[in-house]
Design a protein around this ligand. Structure first.
Ligand code: ATP
Ligand code: MG
Ligand code: MG
Ligand code: MG
Length: 562
């Protein structure tokens, strides 16, 4: 591709982007923002996306999955059948057609695929079957500020598997897990697979693939002593509180230490404008930490009681997170009678705060309990997992370490969650009707573009791993007005291109400094510079990553390409 006529609008600076990947994608001319969380991929960005897709597709096909393509626009009825039309939350993009019929733009496609398969597959003889697509998803994310890491429209690979029995699901899960390991390895990523929280998709048995990076929103807990690794929502939430970045909770007001507060003070403290919002608090009640979710009207929705670290009172994040931690989808779920007990506890807590008894804790929470805890023991940590999953974690007694990570992939054993809700059945070997046992497997294709950059850059720009680089070679003619340079460069461009090597040819009439700066920014792995020494027939080859360079006769170029 010739740069002179290419759409690669590089910028020296950008103001709006916080994340390195976001800055570099804009500066290097890989993408442009259309609206918050909505981007156009320019030619370089599109090429990287396609490289990632090639790798993903190759590994998925090898694992026996079949590619199809489902629509983004889906009838609300499907989501009503599964129940998620009402429980998915404000990320779900809802719209109506001209006849007033309700639709959604798919944030994920369990419903659509379950509907398809229940119509087309009805016998165990067809199973197992894994179907996947690479398709645009829509999620009206609260704060889409991190560029491709969190888009409102983004590209995902989503796969769904259908099985006659659990063993078959376990096997496919293993195979796709391995495919994910292959994919992220081929993409040049330093990643870790961790135990995950089932979230709104539901089901047990789930792993996330985390790209290790300080830019990540997730916190991964790993045990020093055993191979335990998990995504820890708690630390994530506390971290968010600390940075005040992602939390829906406004930055804490500084309330003066203890002293009496009027019930109105406390009410206004607990009350938040949105009626969707549930305020969550940890209280110590009878020496037991209690998680209480309080609606704006103080109606208490749910609670989990457990020895939750040594937290006295601590604020959590938004409703979704809390629901995920509590392991419920909506409303109050818990033993009969607990709701009533919780209401009393919460009422007492509100009263105690008003009386100043718990005020100090509440204030302390805001001012003090914002330090991420870095030294949980596995035992303490297991309590968090218990709250998340309803059962205990490994307890080897080791210390837990934390790292930040970007979730780039997620595999779930769904079981019969969707097939039962949507009445999707097959006939088993005995002619008996059974609900499909399902798994689902996502990869954030567009997020990966950013995640790779987060791990592969330096102060001058991107440094693409060869498998995903938009071009393998950046050929730069320093001065196109010099005949010998133009001739050698044109010759190399033709030769390399004919050899099947993807070359970006900087044939612009720009100053050398501009060309080199742009090249560093774009991060193409191998640079061939045709400069002053072209008069002696010499060119320079340089590796973007290491800066290593060598001079050689232009005729020898192909021999020396890595
Ligand atoms: P997150 O925790 O980051 O919000 P998620 O758990 O909601 O992600 P999944 O439902 O597991 O996401 O979707 C599968 C994959 O899609 C994720 O692992 C992630 O790589 C990608 N993904 C999810 N949300 C976004 C987004 N808003 N922008 C880009 N990629 C996304
Ligand atoms: Mg999400
Ligand atoms: Mg997640
Ligand atoms: Mg996920």
């Amino acid at each position: 591709m010739r740069q002179k006529t290419s759409l690669i609008p590089t910028l020296r600076t950008v103001s709006e982007a916080e994340m390195i990947s976001h800055q570099l994608l804009l500066r290097a001319g890989y993408m442009r923002q259309v609206a918050a969380g909505v981007y156009s991929f320019l030619p370089l960005g599109q090429r990287v996306l396609q490289k990632i897709i090639d790798v993903v597709r190759d590994e998925l096909n090898r694992a026996g999955a079949q590619e199809l393509l489902m629509p983004a626009l889906n009838p609300a009825e499907l989501w009503q059948e599964s129940g998620r039309y009402n429980t998915y939350g404000p990320e779900l993009v809802k719209l109506q057609d001209r006849h007033g019929r309700d639709f959604i733009l798919g944030p994920t496609h369990e419903e659509t695929i379950t509907d398809l398969v229940r119509g087309e597959v009805n016998t165990y003889k067809k199973l197992p079957m894994t179907l996947y697509q690479i398709q645009t998803k829509f999620r009206d994310e609260k704060r889409p500020r991190s560029g491709l890491l969190r888009g409102r429209e983004f590209l995902m690979k989503d796969a769904y598997s259908f099985h006659a029995d659990r063993e078959s699901l376990d096997q496919t899960y293993e195979e796709l897990y391995q495919a994910y390991v292959n994919i992220f390895t081929r993409l040049g990523l330093n990643f870790r697979a961790v135990e995950a929280d089932a979230g709104a998709i539901g089901g047990k048995g789930t792993h996330e693939f985390m790209v290790l990076s300080d830019a990540g929103e997730d916190t991964i807990a790993t045990c020093e002593a055993c191979d335990y690794a998990a995504n820890i929502e708690m630390a994530e939430v506390i971290y968010k509180e600390q940075t005040h970045e992602q939390s829906s909770i406004p930055a804490p007001e500084k309330v003066d230490t203890p002293g009496k507060k009027s019930i109105e003070d406390v009410s206004s403290f607990l009350n938040l404008p949105s009626n969707q919002f549930i305020k969550s608090l940890f209280f110590i009640v009878d020496e037991e930490p209690v998680l209480v979710l309080v609606r704006g009207d103080h109606e208490v929705n749910e609670v989990k009681v457990k020895n939750l670290l040594d937290a006295s009172v601590c604020e959590l994040a938004d409703e979704e997170t809390v629901r995920r931690i509590a392991g419920v989808e909506t409303g109050f779920v818990g033993p009969v009678g607990l709701k009533e007990k919780v209401k009393i506890i919460a009422d007492q807590a509100v009263q105690s705060i008003a009386d100043g008894v718990m005020g100090a804790n509440l204030v302390d929470t805001h001012l003090v309990h914002v330090q991420p805890k870095r030294d949980f023991t596995v035992d303490q940590y297991a309590d968090i997992r218990q709250i998340q999953e309803g059962d205990a974690c490994p307890r080897c007694g080791g210390m837990i370490q934390f790292e930040r990570g970007i979730e780039v992939g997620h595999v779930f054993k769904l079981g019969t969650k969707y097939s039962e809700a949507m009445n999707a059945n097959f006939l088993d070997a005995n002619g008996k009707e059974q609900p499909f046992i399902m798994g689902c497997y996502g990869i954030g294709i567009s997020r990966l573009v950013a995640a790779i950059i987060e791990q592969h850059h330096d102060e001058n720009g991107m440094i693409w791993p060869i498998n995903v680089a938009p071009f393998a070679v950046h050929l730069i003619a320093v001065n196109m007005k010099k005949d010998e340079q133009a001739t050698i460069a044109e010759g190399l461009y033709e030769k390399l291109t004919k050899a099947g090597i993807e070359v970006l040819f900087d044939d612009r009439f720009e100053r050398a400094g501009v060309k080199f700066k742009d090249a560093d920014l774009m991060g193409i792995p191998v640079r061939i510079t045709v400069g002053a020494k072209a008069s002696e027939g010499m060119v320079e080859i340089k590796l973007r990553r290491t800066g290593e360079s060598a001079e050689l006769a232009h005729e020898d170029v192909l021999k020396d390409l890595p």
